[in-house]
Design a protein around this ligand. Sequence first.
Ligand code: HEM
Ligand code: HEM
Length: 300
Amino acid sequence: MRDSILSFAGARYLWVSLVLVIASAVAYLWHDPIGVPNGGTWLGYTLGTIAATLILWLMAFGIRKRRYGNRLGSMLGWASAHVYLGTALIVITFLHTGFQVGLNIHTLALLLMLLVIASGLFGLFTYLRYPALMTRNRDNTTRQAMLDEIVELDQQALSLADAVDPKIHGAVLRSNERIRIGGSAWRLLRPREDTDSAIDQVRAYLEQRDAEQRSDGNTRDMPTMFAMVDFLSSHAADSKNEALRKLMDVLARKKTVTTRLSRDLQLQALMEVWLYVHVPLSFALLGALIAHVVSVFFYW
Ligand code: HEM
Ligand code: HEM
């Protein structure tokens, strides 16, 4: 089986992390400090130093990621170690504090760390789950092919609408203009498009025409002259109806493609957006951690 971020090298870093966590827990239980366990005992200092070193190393991942000449395999190893050791930090830091947390700068560091880890877990989830969802959603096409098809469908819809009625033409034109795919991060995450309103208007128009034609049905027994005129107008109506039905098909297809394209962009945005929480908060964590270490050395 191909290695994934979690299974890399037989989940080597899961074992490394478990050993680290279990060793810390055993040391914590065995340790018998004077007073309550806290960050100020020798074990507290040791676990704190391990945690701080891990945090610095986890932050170095960003630098590592951007270095040229990285082999993909080794990057996967780094990523795997990153998620397992990052998660192990939860246990190590709580043991470091001896579960003595109050409302202060030290707890701020802990809180920021937990937020960084939570966002990391969300990111891991997107990395594991979304690529498959994206492939399924794309259904063997590409983003460019979807865009091209939308442009093509827009044109088809316009020329069909043109043959029907200026009102319908206007409705299709408006819906073409209102479509917005992509753009700001917010738009990517909450896509919106307006094919529905055009579909609704065309449907209403079709229903209205159907009703009109049905009520015209009893003109059959009219004199020949009238029947002829009726025949001609209903023939014209047929071609209009035909255009309308085609238009409905085109709009329905457009709805399918735009929904698929928006979903594609939305999934990609979700795979990236969490890094905008993860990375800045890890810098905030670094700041709080420096403040924590400096303050304990000066004031404790
Ligand atoms: C070089 C690394 C570190 C050193 C030297 C260190 C040192 C200390 C010391 C001396 C205390 C005891 C304070 C007391 O007893 O009241 C303490 C407590 C604490 N440390 Fe650390 N620490 C380190 C890393 C970390 C890390 C990485 C975190 C979390 C991100 C952390 C979070 C805390 C918290 C929440 C407390 C409890 C504060 C309280 O009593 O309210 N420390 N640390
Ligand atoms: C205190 C702990 C952590 C810190 C300081 C930290 C920091 C970082 C940094 C600086 C990056 C580089 C992002 C970039 O430059 O693009 C990163 C990426 C990442 N982190 Fe963390 N992280 C921590 C914990 C975690 C945890 C617990 C997980 C998951 C369980 C995680 C999952 C990830 C993932 C999936 C990436 C992106 C990998 C990639 O884009 O190839 N992180 N982290």
